[in-house]
Ligand binder design. Structure first.
Ligand SMILES: O=P(O)(O)OC[C@H]1O[C@H](OP(=O)(O)OP(=O)(O)O)[C@H](O)[C@@H]1O
Ligand SMILES: Nc1ncnc2[nH]cnc12
Length: 179
């Protein structure tokens, strides 16, 4: 097996699966066991950094999504030596914010970003833990575009392929693990 596939298989074996959580009918994929294994967590960050570095254009900013995206995105930003900007659920950011509402696999929510935290000519990569219906990533794309910035790529640790969330996301999508 190649080193790349080896790392992916190891990561996949660590993700835990929970039926009917947090609502009946939802199969919840939990990334936290990866974070409990420093070697696997390092592999995960390396795979994301390698994906970003493989592209002709490097980002100026990594945008991470509240809350589980915050566990991954700032580490990726530090490794690349670039800024991290948070997108938060409504009511958590001070000052002026841009706002977008969206639908979840199990609910509805609003995302916000600090006005001016991304400049119009900047290149952005968005990082989150999971793409299900794609509403969260799609809303984050709309927020970044409201600031007239360019989205190079939307990166997720997990993609629930059957839900076809990437069709909603108006940017190239890369996922490390597919279910
Ligand atoms: O593709 P979608 O259908 O939009 O779903 C994916 C989003 O759902 C989860 O976040 P959640 O809103 O549950 O919040 P959390 O990160 O605070 O747990 C997950 O972390 C993604 O951000
Ligand atoms: N099935 C799922 N597992 C984990 N996080 C999620 N967020 C939205 N859907 C999810």
């Amino acid at each position: 097996m190649s080193v790349q596939l080896d790392r992916i298989e190891k990561l996949k074996s660590l993700v835990s699966t929970h039926q009917n959580f947090p609502k009946p009918g939802v199969t919840f994929r939990n990334i936290f066991p990866i974070l409990q294994d420093p070697s696997a967590f390092t592999d995960l960050i390396n795979l994301i950094v390698e994906e970003i570095k493989s592209k002709p254009q490097l980002p100026d900013i990594i945008v991470g999504l509240d809350a589980r995206g915050f566990l991954i995105a700032p580490i990726v930003a530090l490794r690349l030596g670039i800024a991290f900007v948070p997108v938060r659920k409504a009511g958590k950011l001070p000052g002026n914010v841009e706002q977008v509402s969206y639908k979840l696999e199990y609910g509805e929510d609003t995302l916000e970003i600090e006005t001016g935290s991304i400049k119009p000519d900047q290149n952005v990569v968005i990082v989150d833990d999971l793409i299900a219906l794609g509403g969260t990533a799609s809303a984050a794309c709309r927020l970044v575009r409201k600031m007239s910035a360019t989205i190079l790529e939307c990166i997720s640790v997990i993609e629930l392929v059957a839900l076809n969330g990437r069709r909603k996301i108006d940017a190239p999508v890369f996922s490390v693990l597919q279910y």
